[in-house]
Design a binder for this molecule. Sequence first.
Ligand SMILES: *[C@@H]1O[C@H](CO)[C@@H](O)[C@H](O)[C@H]1NC(C)=O
Ligand SMILES: *[C@@H]1O[C@H](CO)[C@@H](O)[C@H](O)[C@H]1NC(C)=O
Ligand SMILES: *[C@@H]1O[C@H](CO)[C@@H](O)[C@H](O)[C@H]1NC(C)=O
Length: 223
Amino acid sequence: MLKTTITVLALVSYIVAQECVMMADGSYDASTLTHQTRPWKTPIMLTGPAQEALKFVCPTINSTKPVCCNSTQLVDLQTNFIAIDIGFGTTCPSCAVSLKRMFCDFACSPEQSHFVKIESLKSTNYVATAQFATTTKFQSELWESCKDTGIGPFKNRVLYGNVENFLSTLVRIRRPDPNINFVFNTTGTYDGQSVPCETTCSCEYCVEACRNRKDLFHHMNKQ
Ligand SMILES: *[C@@H]1O[C@H](CO)[C@@H](O)[C@H](O)[C@H]1NC(C)=O
Ligand SMILES: *[C@@H]1O[C@H](CO)[C@@H](O)[C@H](O)[C@H]1NC(C)=O
Ligand SMILES: *[C@@H]1O[C@H](CO)[C@@H](O)[C@H](O)[C@H]1NC(C)=O
């Protein structure tokens, strides 16, 4: 049984093509003050300081394999992650961890072509907008991880209402280049992992954590 499972897994990872959609080339767009990306298919192997940066910024990405981001993007990710930690990680880190993992996969996963599509190009050869397709399962897990977090009383649930609005507003505020348009396809392909809030957060910022606490009280009362 175990042997069959391993064979099937090996087959699946063989079938999943390792292909990129875009990569930064180090150039700067003065009008948006951001680095630009251009269409790019082949994952690249990062070495030296860039590989170290990948390990540090995106610990869930395998840094010993070719990826779809380069040093330019890792610097930009790190800058954006500081903002994510401040905005979404102060009361309950699960949301920030989930968001950072999602953006690392978006930019660096060698399977980028499975969930990212170029929507439009700007000027000559640079990407203006890209679509990011996510599964409904991932969307609801991310929302579970994020809805009760926020700064003080301003919980994401109150500010954004739903996961579509949350993600769209988040990237609109940050105005990334290329712009990301989330595709909330029920058949979407990005099925990333979110961190359940009850693993890191208190009851105040995580409904699930309250439920566990009730279970605990219930359990203690029975003893
Ligand atoms: C990666 O970034 C560097 C700048 O550090 C840039 O010069 C290079 O062209 C980029 N690589 C690719 C494949 O675009
Ligand atoms: C990372 O990729 C290498 C090379 O393909 C592989 O040997 C290693 O098991 C991978 N590590 C993890 C944690 O998946
Ligand atoms: C979204 O779904 C439609 C049809 O279900 C599909 O044609 C389209 O390519 C999907 N978008 C992405 C970005 O995967």
